[in-house]
Design a protein. Structure first.
Lengths: 401, 401
């Protein structure tokens, strides 16, 4: 029996409230003997940790570094090796495009080509958003027989492109040559199926039209396509867990990921205080609150150890805003590690804390990677967190007699 | 390669003796800082633990609370999400019914209905066993074309019912309305297969006959059926491990589970001393001894923290009765946690201790949930215990060259 079947079979109705606080990229590596989390001042979280289940989680499998998509799907309890969300889909979700089963999405870069069709700038000088919007509007005037398409501005030179038609294939090659001085690549079918051949042909015709339409523009006179991905609907949070969930997240990608699993996406400014305040404002309307704090990851990617630690300290100083609401289950964790010394997402297990009235007692005095090895949960797989949350909130009946 | 294939490939013959002592529901939650096991006086077990492999085990997956069936199958090394034993089958095994592949079993409640057929008591006033036996005898006089059936008294108002015929289906609905003042529900097929439709029809005809047969009886004048389950034979302990196993268990369900995997079920009174004495009496006749102590779980379910701890203390005081026999592998563990504060089975990992001459040394001074986090085994999955037992008793060859 698979995980979701098991949950379907056992799930119970409850009004217990759950808060999942995700500090993006929280996990770190030591610098002068301490990780970012260990260097941060976290007296409040440390005190919670002593009476909570704690441990570490492996997002995918040991050694595999997750992107934001699989990292969050795992946090939401979806097997990240089964539910694969392509980059194009994440772009489409990020611009709130109402994507449907069978749609084919791709990431667009506006680019500059010379009169011989050679790419001179893969990002068209990072055009401002209003130029991007103008270019999208021009492209929308095109027509391709047999397929609908949609193009939506993301930011700077980036846009999302969605094709809607019957039997589209994602198994086609990208057009971004990844360097300048050469022409954009033609789309090629990556297998011999009719769908892949037809889809490649169709997109090549579309790209010819785009080139003609934009020929007198500058610097954005061509588009490059990457990350072709078909959208397949996935079971919603409500269907899987019976939870009425909302997402308090400021950044488009995480809002998109939350909407993908059917969470209600809340308008909020990014930042620890506005996001925690929003939780209080919404308290009682939902029974699952996903709060996504972005800056731990951003500073990790920048290699800024101190600022990453400072964001964690800020979370600690404000954690009472959450605790005062008395959630029945409170989780602090991460989608992946982003060690400041590594300056990128990494594969290292991530810290986790789960507080409920059914927690065992962790004998640790600091919520940090080193001590968490002695935590009550050990090292679990990230998708197991949701079954633990369900159990701790009285939402899972016994399996078998 | 699956676990059982791997074991088949590697298993060796040995005469080393194994004792698996299962303290049902042993795992707990802290009350005043200590769990039941930590509050118990266990100087003898603590001293064994120092020279043993120790750790914790997750019975199913994190967050999933096992019933006794999946909990024990996992202890016996069977994947509890693959080998699913329905409630009806457990009832049939509990009354020692010689169940066969393809039999359909259900749990029976004798109930009281009024002259309009409405249920007035779902348990027929918890009739004594002798009335139950009389009712079963009356029902046995019925005949249904195309199918054999067997009904056996369990206890009070409960009985086990087994249908034997070709192509029976378990995918049919239960008849217990779960409340009074309404009629028993008809059995409905839960899918559109011929087998489900035919089975539902057949059982409805049987129930009409039962109603007619018992119409002048009181209070047990009807039966309610729950937990329909088809029996599929599972590989025996002998086949899987080559072990000649016996079960020293006092309670029907655990005796039934042991017989399901082909263990020889020994007659014994329930209780630490009689069960440990029985082990000594049998010593040498088998090479695997499963001893099941029930009361840790019962007191956990009752919320009686102190009495649960007292049972553990009693086990400790008598543990020499086992050690004096010098088993080659000695295991103390549990099928699941039943924290007295939770008053029910729970999902928390269970303590485990494995003593053999090949154990590593655990740096713990108390056999309890908190210290076991530092044990040599870490947190393993319960089905892994049997491969460890096999290895420690010299029964598994090297895998690959």
């Amino acid at each position: 029996m698979k995980r979701f079947e098991l949950i379907q079979k056992l799930k119970q109705i409850s009004d217990e409230k759950i808060v999942m606080l995700v500090l993006d990229g929280l996990g770190g590596l030591p610098k002068n003997g301490k990780t970012e989390l260990e260097a941060a001042e976290t007296p409040n979280i440390d005190s919670i940790a002593k009476n909570s289940d704690t441990g570490l989680m492996t997002p995918i499998i040991p050694g595999i570094t997750p992107g934001s998509g699989p990292g969050h799907l795992a946090l939401f309890g979806y097997d990240p090796l089964e539910y694969i969300i392509g980059r194009g889909i994440l772009s489409a979700l990020g611009v709130k495009f109402p994507i449907r089963d069978g749609d084919l999405a791709a990431r667009v870069n506006f680019a500059t080509i010379d009169k011989n069709g050679m790419v001179t700038d893969r990002r068209a000088g990072r055009i401002p958003d209003d130029i991007n919007r103008k270019m999208c509007e021009m492209i929308r005037q095109l027509k391709i027989p047999g397929v609908e398409f949609f193009i939506e501005t993301e930011k700077d030179h980036r846009a999302a492109l969605i094709f809607r038609g019957s039997k589209l294939s994602e198994n086609i090659s990208e057009t971004d040559p990844q360097k300048t001085g050469v022409a954009p690549l033609p789309v090629k079918p990556m297998d011999s199926s009719k769908a892949s051949i037809a889809t490649a042909g169709l997109i090549n015709k579309f790209l010819q039209q785009v080139r003609k339409k934009l020929q007198d523009e500058h610097p954005a006179n061509m588009i490059l396509l990457r990350g072709f991905a078909l959208f397949t609907e996935i079971p919603s949070f409500q269907e899987v867990y019976g939870l009425n969930a909302c997402a308090i997240a400021g950044y488009p990608m995480y809002r998109g990921l939350a909407s993908l699993v059917g969470m209600k996406v809340i308008e909020v400014d990014s930042g620890v205080i506005p996001q925690f305040n929003k939780l209080k404002e919404l308290w009682g309307k939902y029974n699952f609150y996903f709060i996504h704090i972005k800056y731990t990851d951003s500073y990790g990617e920048d290699g800024n150890f101190d600022k990453k630690a400072a964001v964690i300290t800020e979370v600690d100083r404000n954690i009472d805003k959450i605790l005062d609401l008395e959630p029945d289950v409170f989780v602090i964790t991460a989608d992946h590690s982003t060690p400041a010394t590594y300056k990128a997402h990494s594969w290292h297990p991530v810290p986790v804390l789960l507080k409920s009235k059914w927690s065992r007692k962790s004998c640790i005095n600091k919520f940090g990677e080193t001590q968490l090895l002695k935590g009550t949960l050990g090292i679990i797989n990230t998708p197991d967190l949701m079954t633990l949350i369900m159990a701790n909130s009285g939402r899972l009946a016994k399996f078998g007699a």
